[in-house]
Design a protein around this ligand. Structure first.
Ligand code: MSP
Length: 526
């Protein structure tokens, strides 16, 4: 194991267990998982948190419609979420449910600290509420009777409620953004949030009394705590904040990054930091807002019936194909359009053709020309050097791209090595070298350089597709060698290894046929 570089705490949003998750939710978790795996492999002590946001009016309504109690309702959905993450081998260290006592106690503790610091008072709320987003809006913010975030109708609300003095934190937040431009990325999101704050922050209503599916306000049992105050606290209640058991909090907080979708950046970059300022705790180092996966020109939603079910794609194409596609196709921070065709083409071109072929061609040739034994490289010309230098320098470029959350560019760096190695085969024409006894050293060199390039690739892809890496290493005869990130910076490491041909890594897909199959599954699902 590499020497520990320090701690790295990464979180996903906690998902509403209001319906089964779709590929849009999967996207964020897959990015967080890749980053957690990358940081672990490069020597960090990582904590990766995900979970579910189970309180609030929306969930209460869903349960009512389903004819069961809220806890029965969320239990059944949470089970499907856990199964999905299990199936996708998501490497989270902790899964927090906001209905767990450890969280509920923690939230009440946070509420009391804010209260004791004089930041909470009782008043009356009059305004608008968007139940699907669980957010409050003023008269001027509402657009034609609809929520400015999701476009659905808002409803009038008039309730006695507790308020958090959010208005007091506007200037502090603006100063914080200016002093820590890295806190909120991309820049465009920071500018949006600055403009929002500059319009003037109103105090935030932080309790509801119209329903009771929530955490009781500790000083007034008639009220439950506003679900966003409840939800945001998960990032520290999961570390034992405010309990006797707070070693994890002391070790991992402040978080390195909260990964969130663009529509909830506002909660994470205004309400959450203001809450932390109020209780005098450090702010997370970074909030990163990613874009949405769109389908038919709009956001996926169960009510529109246009959701893509990740389980169907995994069952048909495998976990690594889905993860590769999500990480390679989309640019962090921007919206991207999902279509089956774009996905299938990626799987065929990048996985079956580029990577799968490179491995199977190489292993077959080493078996055929060298009896499976990895030979020695005795020569080195310019073409060899080009391949070797590209391969051993790729890890540093992958690190740089990952540090900027550019998963697609990191994968592109790896695929540059794959594509260069394929071109190397075409340039070197080993089948011709094999016909001439006097070219044995040249042939051996080509074989050796190919297997070593594949070994480097097998390390670089671990954060993104660890099972494919294992399958590659099996065929390369290095399954028992521990994967070390630093080994990707070196070239000749495979003395004495024996390769062994195995199954194709990725089968070639008949795109027309697959499109039809997916279309039919979609119809059957609706
Ligand atoms: N429960 C809140 C988050 C609380 S975090 C303290 C919530 N839940 S959610 O289930 O509605 O959404 C969770 C995340 O999924 C959000 O970051 C959202 O942006 C993301 N996505 C939902 N649909 C999406 C797409 N179609 N594409 C990409 N991400 C999407 O909000």
């Amino acid at each position: 194991m590499a020497e520990k570089k320090g701690t790295y705490y990464i979180t996903t949003p906690i998902y509403y267990p209001s319906a089964k998750l779709h590929i849009g939710h999967t996207y964020c978790t897959v990015m967080a998982d890749a980053m957690a795996r990358f940081k672990r492999l490069s020597g960090y002590d990582v904590r990766f948190l995900t979970g579910t946001d189970e309180h609030g009016q929306k969930i209460e309504k869903c349960a009512e419609e389903a004819g069961c109690t809220p806890i029965e309702y969320v239990d059944s959905i949470v089970e499907t979420i856990l199964r999905l993450w299990d199936k996708m081998e998501i490497s989270y260290d902790d899964f927090i449910r906001t209905t767990e006592p450890r969280h509920m106690k923690g939230v009440q503790d946070i509420f009391m600290r804010m209260y004791k610091n004089g930041d909470i008072y009782k008043g009356a709320y009059e305004g608008w509420y968007c139940t699907p987003c669980e957010s409050f809006w003023t008269e001027t913010q509402v657009e034609d009777g609809n929520c400015p975030d999701c476009g659905r109708p808002v409803k009038r609300m008039q309730e006695e409620a507790y308020f958090f003095k959010l208005s007091k934190y506007g200037d502090k937040l603006l100063n914080y953004y200016d002093e820590h431009p890295e806190f909120l990325q991309p820049d465009s999101r920071r500018n949006e949030m600055k403009a929002f704050i500059e319009q003037g922050l109103e105090d935030l209503c932080i309790s509801r009394s119209e329903f009771d599916w929530g955490i009781p306000v500790p000083i007034d049992e008639e009220h439950v705590i506003y679900v966003w105050l409840d939800a945001l606290s998960n990032y520290i209640t999961a570390l034992g904040f405010g309990t006797e058991n707070d070693e994890l909090y002391n070790k991992y907080w402040p978080a390195n990054v909260h990964l969130v979708g663009k529509e909830i950046v506002r909660f994470h970059s205004i309400i959450w930091p203001a809450m932390l300022m109020s209780i005098d705790e450090p702010l997370p180092k970074q909030v990163l807002g990613h874009g949405w996966l769109l389908i038919d020109g709009g956001k996926m939603s169960k009510s529109k019936g246009n959701v893509v079910d990740p389980e169907i794609l995994i069952d048909r194409y495998g976990i690594d194909s889905l993860k590769y596609f999500l990480l390679r196709e989309y640019t962090f921070g921007q919206d991207g359009i999902y279509t089956n065709e774009v996905m299938l083409k990626r799987l065929n071109y990048d996985l079956a053709n580029d990577l799968g072929n490179l491995l199977s061609r190489t292993v077959s040739m080493v078996e055929k020309y060298c009896g499976g034994q990895v030979p020695e490289a005795k020569l080195r010309d310019e073409i060899d050097s080009e391949l070797i230098e590209l391969a051993v320098s790729a890890a540093a470029r992958v690190e740089e791209k990952m540090d900027g959350f550019c998963f697609n560019l990191a994968l592109d760096e790896i695929w540059n090595v794959v594509r260069r190695a394929n071109k190397y085969i075409d340039e070197k024409m080993p089948w011709a070298l094999a016909k001439d006894e006097s070219k044995k050293d040249e042939l051996d060199t080509v074989m050796r350089n190919l297997v070593e390039s594949l070994r480097v690739v097998s390390i670089l892809i671990v954060p993104f597709m660890h099972t494919t890496s294992e399958r590659m290493r099996e065929q390369l005869g290095i399954a028992d060698v521990e994967v070390k990130w630093e080994d990707a910076f070196e070239f000749y490491k495979m003395d004495g290894c024996t390769v062994k041909k195995g199954d194709q890594l990725f089968p070639r897909l008949d795109i027309e046929k697959e499109l039809e199959v997916l279309e039919n599954i979609g119809k059957a699902d609706k």
